[in-house]
Design a protein around this ligand. Structure first.
Ligand SMILES: Cc1ncc(COP(=O)(O)O)c(C=O)c1O
Length: 422
């Protein structure tokens, strides 16, 4: 027996596998580990996912749609919120889910019972085309050769496939070049195994360059009219991302395609407060060490902070290994004991230091809010993004898998997703 080769039995029975023999081992203890991991008090850091806020944001947006469809962008693990759980929770409440890859689509099809269509918004490698048929995923055609290979595969399988076609009206990324779109789409329309279900384009600057965005909407309208005249009427025309939704009612067409606003975050200042949104994600950690240090003490790696007075320094269990940006070093703020405290020194992989000299009553074990509200204070994702010199999208999508997601409904933790049950 090879005692060096130990692994946890993934069936979750709590048995310990030693070599190839399954040993009944410490069932109670391993169950305890799982219990600990599902209790908020035991977490070193956690992201609260407020499912009520999610539903409210969706309701707010839907009220403005006059019955038009909605695709929820759920790629990148639902912007860090947990794709499986968000999709399961909103199944039947949105018309489609949008992912970025075949793997993200397969994850939803195999690990949730969702029945809604799943649209893959980005180009995929040709080699994974067969999986589209096996897992009922809808691809986007954004270049001619992909359409040819897809049609050939569909014919070989004798299985027609629904497709959406992306046209580049100004994003400068993917999509059929606008000048060729009419002729290429007409050709795709004559392929018996490709069923055009939708046509779309994407906005690069719907919150900053309004005249450019208007021009894109005009181009898209013109194209869909020409296609209709040519006998091609995609059922679903869509453009609007969050910023498009907030700023251009005329961009709604048949379906909108938001992500960020449904997670309760405004794209930027230009659209702030247009509609009431509730942040879905909060990020909290706790104080694990607290001590007074003398004036002139250096804090953390590279010694970028030297105390200017005798200081009370608290250590919190959050770091760049959790996706809490290193660029917050000496820049970011957190909430502890109802007050804002500054990050001092460099953010480490697992730990960060904050100065609590002027804050009364901080104790080891206290909860520290990195994103969210505590007492009268609130730190928004946008604020963290500004400190970290990035965009809110990056802050939420980089929260790492080792940060447990606690799904909260009516103030109660309904489900926990952590490294033990990813
Ligand atoms: C093609 C496409 N549609 C929609 C979205 C959703 O954008 P937002 O989160 O700004 O609403 C994205 C996001 O990156 C996207 O790439």
């Amino acid at each position: 027996m090879d005692l060096g080769k130990k692994e946890w039995n993934p069936s979750g029975t709590g048995d310990l596998r030693i070599g190839s023999t399954l040993m009944p081992h410490k069932l109670k203890e391993s169950q305890a580990i799982i219990d600990i991991a599902t209790q908020r008090d035991a977490q070193r850091i956690w992201a609260g996912i407020n499912l009520d806020a999610l539903e409210e944001n969706l309701k707010t947006v839907k009220q403005m749609l006059n019955g038009k469809k909605i695709l929820l962008a759920i790629k990148a693990d639902a912007y860090g919120h947990g794709a499986k759980e968000i999709a399961a929770h909103l199944n039947g409440k949105v018309d489609m889910f949008g992912v970025a890859s075949v793997e993200e689509g397969i994850n939803l099809r195999t690990n949730t019972r969702i029945t809604s269509p799943i649209l893959i918004l980005s180009p995929i490698p040709y080699s994974v085309i067969p999986a589209l048929f096996d897992y009922n995923l809808t691809p986007t055609i954004s270049e001619k050769e992909f359409a040819r290979v897809l049609a050939a595969t569909a014919k070989k399988k004798n299985q027609p496939i629904r497709v959406h076609i992306e046209v580049d009206t100004g994003m400068g990324r993917t999509g059929l070049p606008f000048a060729e779109a009419l002729s290429t789409i007409t050709k795709i329309g004559s392929e018996p195994y490709l069923k055009i279900e939708g046509i779309f384009t994407h906005f690069p600057a719907a919150d900053s360059d309004f005249s450019f965005t208007r021009e894109q909407i005009a181009r898209f309208s013109q194209l869909t009219e020409s296609l209709a005249q040519a006998g091609i009427k995609p059922i679903i025309r869509h453009i609007a991302n969050s910023a498009g939704f907030l700023n251009f009612t005329e961009s709604y067409f048949d379906m909108i395609r938001p992500g960020l606003i449904i997670y309760g975050i405004h794209p930027n200042q230009n659209t702030a407060k247009t509609i009431p949104l509730k942040p879905v994600m909060s990020l909290r950690t706790r104080v694990v060490n607290l001590r007074w240090v003398a004036k002139g003490t250096s804090i953390s790696y590279e010694r970028t902070y030297i105390t200017k007075r005798a200081s009370l320094i608290a250590v919190i269990t959050a770091g760049y290994g959790d996706g809490y940006p290193w660029s917050l070093s000496n820049t970011g703020e957190v909430i502890v004991a109802g007050k804002r405290a500054k990050i001092v020194g460099n953010v480490c992989m697992d730990l960060t230091m904050i100065d609590v000299t002027d804050i009364e009553g901080v104790k080891i074990g206290d909860i520290v809010t990195l994103i969210g509200s505590a007492g009268d204070e609130t730190i928004t994702v946008n604020e963290v993004a500004k400190w970290a010199k990035t965009i809110p999208y990056e802050i939420i999508t980089r929260i790492s898998p080792r940060v447990p997601r606690l799904f909260i409904k009516e103030g109660r933790v309904q489900k926990v997703r952590n490294l033990l049950n990813l």
